[in-house]
Design a protein around this ligand. Structure first.
Ligand SMILES: [Zn+2]
Length: 201
């Protein structure tokens, strides 16, 4: 049996941290120790930030983004093109696109991808609201910005079928050679996608 070296409160912090993605028990212990050692400049401000996040942050009822206002500030932004909805799997993907500053439309966060083996069917994703938004008359194009994985692509295929009756244009991200990519280093799947998606100059 492993001996407990710290009190239950510290154990609890470690256990909770260990649930975070990318943190195993070992790195959770490290993180907990760093927090406890830096009480004033890390632990206290972090606990305050987390408490205010609990109080203030809500999921946008329109797009599924997280924000302190509802609908979220992106949905409320009058400068955004309301005829374009960019569909992403997770909020992290939305953040990545916003950091790049390449989307001037609205978003829709699915909350994952279809994965029948893990029991994730269409009913577990934010799909009905997307169909509803696509049918509103204001939307002209739905861009499926899903991951280039088997699950992401089968989710895109499913969505394009579901969206067909709405009559909106359904598009997806281009696949192929990444910026700065050298052909010699790319895998066969990426090369095949790049050849398939070639365009005339
Ligand atoms: Zn929103």
């Amino acid at each position: 049996m492993t001996r407990k070296v710290s009190g239950p409160e510290i154990e609890r912090v470690v256990q909770l941290l260990a649930r975070l993605p990318g943190l195993g028990p070992r790195s959770a212990r490290k993180a907990a120790l760093a927090l406890l050692k830096r009480r004033n400049d890390l632990l206290v401000p972090l606990s305050q930030a987390l408490a205010s996040a609990v109080d203030l942050i809500v999921e946008c009822p329109v797009c599924g983004n997280l924000d302190t206002v509802s609908p979220c500030s992106l949905c409320q932004d009058p400068r955004r093109d309301k005829s374009l909805i960019v569909v992403v799997e997770e909020i992290g993907d939305l953040w990545a696109l916003e950091r790049a500053g390449v989307v001037n439309g609205l978003y829709h966060v699915l909350g994952g991808h279809l994965s029948p083996l893990d029991g994730i069917g269409p009913d577990k994703l934010n799909i009905p609201k997307l169909i509803g938004r696509a049918s509103s008359g204001e939307v002209k194009e739905i861009l499926l910005a899903l991951n280039s994985t088997v699950e992401g692509q089968s989710t895109a295929h499913y969505l394009s079928e579901q969206l067909a009756p709405t009559g909106v244009i359904v598009s997806r991200l281009a696949q192929g050679v990444p910026m700065g990519g050298e052909l010699d280093y790319l895998d066969e799947g990426t090369l095949a996608a790049a050849i398939k998606a070639r365009r005339r100059l």
